[in-house]
Write a protein that binds this ligand. Structure first.
Ligand code: AHR
Length: 492
């Protein structure tokens, strides 16, 4: 296996390592927020969770949904907590107590050193509620909404830069689901009004809820045709699962993500050409992850509870390998994918789990995400990869080696991420044309576990270990990749 790093794809936008907190399940209540937990701070936020979020180094968190968004009134989450209404959340058939709203979440985000990627409800609501929210969050003062923010304890504007125009509006399950024309027009006019309030904001238009939606393609073409000049990013969502229990097929799902991104880029550029526009629309992959372990269990949850345990996938080792492949795929597209949100962050299809009394703990997928988020910063190098391949029912050539390198000039570091999809040890030769490698600071591998091995609160056995299976010869690095492994090699 050879990888040759020749030219640069792009600088990584740090927002590529974003995540997502939705008001659903135990993401907020019992997740980031639990006033009676021994580690809770004065505001009720769990500091054990905050510590792990900081370890993930997440620069941006999408909020407050998700499907929840499409029935949410943001005004229910401001003002004195004791006066806030309890409401039905029709998306997840639960009760939303509104103890946490905009101010509380902004406080949490500040303490966790992350920014908010705010979403406006275009399901049951529209232009008016959206432009009021921008005014409430970002306008200096002297108007009804900005002064109300001050009254509610926030003198300075929240300065929220990135905004999503609704959520999965193509999905028939969505509250206020729309046709592409209906959504395209509403998004265009909402975007216009929001940018009139604050022209510095960036807006994300809803693309398809997944690559196999029956309206995929037509949806993107139509909504972009309407809103192209008003928006900055088009969204993609995609979740994977090993429903077939077929490891080879499962680990090839990152090729599906790759195809999806290529397709959406082509559509954005087709509309650009059609409109003779000077503007390029980039992508926001604002929901991506593995989601399938909890499907059956979720059918048994009784409706109308506060914070029931929804979508609590417990991840195993093969999930961590796929997550690594998906991260590498996002990096390969760093020239066009500027924002991505691992969905989600805590308890709900999440890298971090909590229980009511104990310490928060790390799922298997925590590790590849944390490593790429912390060390995949800088310029992505365009690799030429030679690798043997295998075939699946939908891809003729799945390379055994998945890899990408990122050069961080500030830290004088070249970082190589690699997955060995195969069940044999792999000799991996890295040829870095024009870049001298003088030493290895760290060679970390996640390998040697049963593919179904999970981490649970009491057993955190799936975690990386150090390897010294390498040889360095000038611009050539020879590495042994253990069978079925996720690897990070940091070179000076
Ligand atoms: O992340 C869970 C759900 O997945 C979100 O609420 C929705 O947007 C998507 O279908």
């Amino acid at each position: 296996m050879i990888i040759e790093n020749v030219s640069r794809i792009s600088e990584v936008d740090p927002r590529l390592y974003g995540s997502f907190v939705e008001h659903m399940g135990r993401a907020v209540y019992g997740g980031i927020y639990q006033p009676n937990h021994p580690t809770a701070n004065e505001a009720g936020f769990r500091q054990d969770v905050m510590k792990l979020v900081k370890e993930l180094n997440v620069p941006l968190v999408r909020y407050p949904g998700g499907n929840f968004l499409s029935g949410y009134n943001w005004e229910d989450g401001i003002g004195p907590v004791e006066k806030r209404p309890k409401k039905l959340d029709l998306a997840w058939r639960t009760i939303e107590p509104n103890e946490v709203g905009l101010h509380e979440f902004a406080k949490w985000a500040e303490e966790t050193q992350t920014e908010i990627n705010m979403a406006v409800n275009l399901g049951t609501r529209g232009i008016d509620a959206a432009r009021n929210l921008v005014e409430y969050c970002n306008f200096e003062g002297g108007t009804y909404w900005s002064d109300l923010r001050k009254e509610n304890g926030q003198e300075k504007p929240f300065e929220i830069k990135t905004w999503c125009l609704g959520n999965e509006m193509d999905g028939p399950w969505q509250i206020g689901h729309k046709t592409a024309d209906e959504y395209g027009r509403l998004a265009e006019e909402t975007a216009k009004a929001m940018k009139l309030v604050d022209e510095s904001i960036e807006l994300v238009l809803c693309g398809s809820s997944h690559s196999h939606m029956p309206t995929f393609g037509d949806w993107e073409l139509t909504v972009l045709d309407h809103a192209y000049e008003q928006i900055d990013y088009l969204s993609l969502h995609q979740y994977y699962g090993n429903h077939k229990n077929d490891l080879k097929y499962y680990l090839a799902r990152s090729l599906d993500m790759d195809e999806f991104i290529n397709g959406v880029v082509a559509i954005c550029d087709a509309i650009k050409a059609k409109k003779h526009s000077k503007k390029t629309i980039n992508l926001s992959f604002d929901e991506w992850n593995i989601w399938y372990h909890s499907n059956e269990q979720d059918q048994k949850i009784k409706p109308w509870q506060i914070a029931p345990p929804l979508l609590e996938d417990v991840y195993n080792f093969e999930d961590a390998l796929l997550l690594g492949c998906l991260l590498i795929t996002l990096l390969k597209h760093a020239d066009r994918v500027k924002i991505a949100c691992l969905a989600q962050l805590v308890n709900v299809i999440a890298p971090i789990m909590t229980d009511e009394k104990g310490e928060a703990w790390k799922q298997t997928i925590f590790y590849p995400f944390a490593q790429v988020s912390n060390y995949g910063r800088g310029q992505v190098l365009r690799p030429i990869i030679e690798s043997e391949t295998y075939a699946t029912e939908d891809f003729e050539q799945v390379p055994y080696l998945e890899s990408i390198s990122v050069i961080n000039e500030e830290a004088s570091e070249l970082v190589i991420f690699a997955v060995n999809r195969g069940e044999e040890e792999m000799d991996f030769t890295i040829q870095t044309n024009g870049i001298d490698i003088t030493g290895i600071t760290e060679f970390s591998e996640l390998s040697g576990f049963d593919i179904k091995q999970e981490n649970t609160q009491g057993n955190q056995s799936v975690s990386p270990k150090q390897s010294n299976a390498y040889e360095l010869n000038g611009q050539q690095l020879l590495v042994k990749l253990t069978p079925l492994s996720w690897n990070m090699i940091r070179c000076t």
